[in-house]
Design a protein around this ligand. Structure first.
Ligand code: SAM
Ligand code: SF4
Length: 338
């Protein structure tokens, strides 16, 4: 997209989209590569990864972050692929914080978090979300095609120890794979002040077959948990969050349910995604994108990049096409960051 062809946006107010949603949360995919191959995220073989020259360099990425701050963005989440594979992760966290982002979180598979947590905390990382889809080491290895549950637990404990709190855990529930562990996963919150989040599997490119028969609706998960623990406290939908929250009576932690497929949260959506190759991806479940990298590489200034960010916000759609059978085809989840 050429910066000359877009309208001129007011730079004195935070960016609002055409539905008056304030978009102030940037989810940055640092790489599309990963050291696991979760069955609901990537196919076992045939993945085509981005080449290094296609990725935004750290300087390019920071230019986007500064432009986003100028457009009113306040929160960043680092994701991937696996963000911990980015060699300069700690320096990036520090620089993003210095650019004026108030809150930085990271979504990670935690395989290397035991080693990295302290440095990340010291650099300014506020919180982590850690993926844990099974409590059985053998099944975890199958679901992730090789991941070590032991390392994930070490990462969880280290994240807690260094103060990357409140800790959120993510589990994608897929029928026939781990829907028999929902109650056990939920029970992690009985004695820990964590938020255990259950995510409905989404039909992204490369794994649409897993999602086809795999979606377990939130209502069914809640029924499973309540059958054992009785009616839960409904804590509602926090502002600008994708999860509806509940608490098992007496539990220290909370449960969160992310029902993008059966109950989309478009009204509270405040997010925009930046892909590792420099595109603003406007909705997780649609293919619409705005190219920032081309503008950066033709020498656009921070003010021009800010205008393109504001334009992308203005173009942000409402609602996805899943109910009409319209699936996103451009990128898989590992290239989008969840
Ligand atoms: N590698 C990191 C991790 O797994 O936490 C970050 C990237 S991963 C793509 C971000 C989130 O997307 C994870 O919580 C993962 O479980 C979730 N995810 C991956 N594929 C999904 C799918 N098909 N449907 C729903 N969530 C998915
Ligand atoms: Fe890797 Fe995360 Fe995808 Fe699993 S969900 S394959 S850990 S990017």
């Amino acid at each position: 997209m050429s910066a000359q062809l877009i309208p001129i946006y007011d730079t004195t107010a935070p960016a609002l989209d055409s539905y008056a949603r304030r978009i102030d949360y940037l989810r940055i995919s640092l790489t599309d590569r990963c050291n696991m191959r979760c069955v609901y995220c990537m196919p076992a073989t045939g993945m085509q990864f981005m080449l290094k020259p296609e990725l935004l360099t750290s300087e390019e990425l920071l230019l986007v972050v500064r432009a986003a701050v100028a457009a009113g963005f306040r929160k960043v989440r680092l994701t991937g692929g696996e963000p911990s594979l980015r060699p300069d992760l700690v320096e990036l966290v520090r620089a993003i914080k210095q650019a004026g982002i108030a809150h930085i979180a990271m979504t990670t598979n935690a395989l290397s978090l035991q080693r990295q947590a302290q440095a990340l905390k010291d650099a300014g990382l506020d919180r982590v979300n850690i993926s844990i889809d099974s409590l059985d080491p053998q099944k975890f290895r199958q679901l992730t095609r090789g991941g070590s549950l032991e390392k994930v637990w070490a990462g969880i404990h280290q994240a807690e120890a260094v103060g990357l709190r409140p800790l959120k855990l993510n589990a994608v529930i897929v029928r026939g794979l781990n829907d028999d562990e929902v109650v056990q996963l939920a029970e992690l919150t009985l004695h820990n002040p964590w938020e255990m989040r259950f995510i409905e599997v989404m039909p992204l490119t490369g794994v649409a077959n897993v999602a086809e028969d795999g979606v377990v609706a939130t209502a069914e998960l809640i029924a499973q948990i309540e059958a054992v623990h009785g009616p839960m406290d409904d804590l509602g939908l926090a502002a600008a969050d994708s999860a509806r929250r509940y608490r098992i009576p007496g539990a220290r932690g909370k449960l969160g349910f992310i029902s993008a497929v059966t109950d989309p949260f478009c009204a509270s959506c405040n997010r925009m995604r930046l892909t590792a190759d420099g595109r603003l991806h406007l909705c997780l479940l649609r293919d619409d994108e705005v190219d920032l990298r081309a503008a950066i590489r033709r020498g656009a200034s921070q003010r021009e990049i800010e205008q393109i960010v504001r334009h992308a916000v203005a173009l942000k759609p409402w609602g996805h096409g899943l109910p009409d059978g319209v699936l996103p085809t451009l990128r898989g989840m590992s290239a989008l960051g969840g």
